[in-house]
Design a protein around this ligand. Structure first.
Ligand SMILES: *Cc1c(COP(=O)(O)O)cnc(C)c1O
Length: 492
């Protein structure tokens, strides 16, 4: 199966090419030419597999040119770096409510689910297409992607990685995780502005032929570790399929029963993977798109107008502080009946006027499948405290946003709330929510949270304080191209 650009179906690539390139040359995103489905026998086989097996199998349905054996090696290697027996346990809270914990990886956030696999897909992809250039991974991060991408790519042969994070837009722990990153092929830099500014600056480098030429002279070709890369999305589809398998194999539901999934959403990558799992045949009731105060998606699902002309809020769930949700483009492509010209037109309108709208019919199609809502700042604090009080279960602010929205979108179907970060990534806010006391130092707050709740601080966070700071740079967004070239030339 091949991949096509959402903005021009005549741009066709193999899976390996799509992953190595990251984004299509016209600025579109690669999507599979058709969706593979799972038949009854395949579901039966999946029930019996462990997570690594399920993930490799789901990947094999999408990644022609990669063998199942190769993919099994990759998932085994990737998830061996996770803590505990199960890389993504499904915790039952009772009354048909479940939490899918996606933060047992090396950086304690859900990005690890895909970013531990992507380097394998990319390295193998380069080999498969006979790439001679080195790969330069360029990533904008709202806090979690950057760290997870560097952990995944550090010291991987033939690749370098540069991460840009918004100077004021990430939590203390997130910043600390990034600026202490180890590895000879990594570089981290703060950029003034918010995540959208960083993402726009990075995208502009991807679509600049001048930059491509300059990098080529130094022997580099760009790729992306953001969820615009198909190699990021594909591994995410697997955990939805696997959660459904767990519900069936533990007897909680019968195959065919519909399940709701409530997903804290920023760039629309996580929830889009749920949609793709549904297209593969996973029975879904509703996909619930949960936003924080930056509720551009909530408004879009209610009005059919995507409008970024609004105030940007810095919230306690920084990884969702996004107004331009890149992966929505892939969903628009699907609901428009795969109309590439229309998708291109909408993305052009977004770029020039900051907004676009969809038709009434398209909006109805969307709303038959998606619910959407948001949780504001006070609601996020209240929800952390309520969930801890009701279930004795500690959630981070992103997961709390999803719980808050779930409370308003409840159906009589079982619901899986997707939990995207370990609470200790945001210890000051989580501690304040459960205790009422503000302790602004992240480490002190983590210790107090641990003393109060008895929940262990995960090791990748507990040993951060003693790590040496390596990256202190901060630049204006206009200087991003120079920063990239400076790093490359500094290596030469
Ligand atoms: C990235 C992230 C999200 C948002 O996921 P998207 O795929 O961007 O929608 C939510 N929570 C956490 C903790 C994240 O790191």
């Amino acid at each position: 199966m091949n991949y096509i650009s959402t903005r021009n179906k005549n741009i066709v690539r193999t899976a390996a090419q799509a992953i190595v390139e990251g984004i299509a040359p016209d600025g579109g995103l690669y999507v599979p030419q058709s969706f593979p489905t799972l038949d009854a026998k395949e579901w039966e086989e999946l029930y019996a597999m462990d997570y690594n097996g399920r993930a490799a199998y789901v990947l094999s349905k999408f990644l022609d040119g990669y063998t199942l054996e190769e993919l099994s090696d990759y998932t085994q290697d990737a998830y061996a770096r996770f803590y505990g027996d199960d890389p993504c346990p499904l915790t039952a809270l009772g009354d048909g409510l479940y939490v899918l914990e996606l933060w047992h990886g090396p950086t304690c956030a859900f990005k690890d689910m895909a970013l531990t696999v992507l380097p394998h897909l990319l390295t193998a992809g380069r080999r498969k297409i006979g790439a001679k250039d080195k790969t330069l991974i360029l990533t904008a991060t709202s806090g979690d992607t950057g760290k997870a991408a560097m952990e995944g790519f550090k010291d991987v042969d033939g690749t370098d990685i540069i991460v840009f994070y918004p100077s004021e837009g990430v939590s203390d722990m997130q910043r600390r995780q990034m600026i202490t990153q180890a590895g000879e092929n990594v570089h981290v830099c703060a950029i003034d502005g918010n995540f959208d500014d960083a993402q726009t600056a990075v995208k502009s480098i991807f679509t600049s032929s001048e930059m491509a030429d300059k990098l080529a002279k130094d022997g580099y070709k760009l790729s992306s570790a953001n969820s615009i890369n198909w190699g990021r999305l594909a591994p995410q589809i697997a955990y939805y399929i696997s959660a459904y398998c767990d519900l069936v194999s533990s007897g909680k539901i019968k195959f065919g029963d519909k399940v709701d999934f409530c997903v804290p959403t920023g760039n629309f990558g996580d929830i889009l993977a749920a949609y793709y799992a549904m297209r593969m045949g996973m029975p879904v009731g509703k996909l619930i798109c949960a936003s924080n105060s930056n509720k551009v998606l909530t408004d879009f699902f209610s009005s059919g107008v995507y409008d970024t002309g609004r105030q940007f809020y810095k919230t306690v769930s920084p990884s969702m502080d996004i107004l331009v949700s890149s992966n929505l483009e892939r969903l628009l492509f699907e609901i428009s009946g795969r109309d590439d010209a229309l998708t291109a037109e909408r993305m052009a309108a977004l770029k020039s006027c900051g907004k676009y709208s969809i038709s009434k019919e398209e909006l109805e199609t969307l709303r038959s499948l998606f619910d959407a809502g948001y949780t504001d700042e006070q609601g996020t604090f209240d929800t952390i405290s309520e969930v801890y009080g009701d279930y004795g279960y500690l959630v981070d602010p992103h997961t709390a946003v999803a719980f808050g929205v779930y409370n308003n979108c409840k159906s009589d179907r079982p619901c899986v709330i997707v939990s995207t970060a370990n609470p200790y990534k945001f210890p000051a806010d989580v501690y304040e929510a459960v205790s009422g006391e503000r302790v602004s130092d992240a480490y002190a707050a983590a210790d107090k949270l641990c003393a109060l709740t008895g929940e262990d601080i995960p090791q990748p966070l507990s040993n951060l304080a003693s790590k040496q700071v390596r990256f202190t740079g901060s630049i204006a967004r206009e200087a991003i191209a120079d920063e990239v070239l400076g790093y490359i030339r500094g290596k030469a």
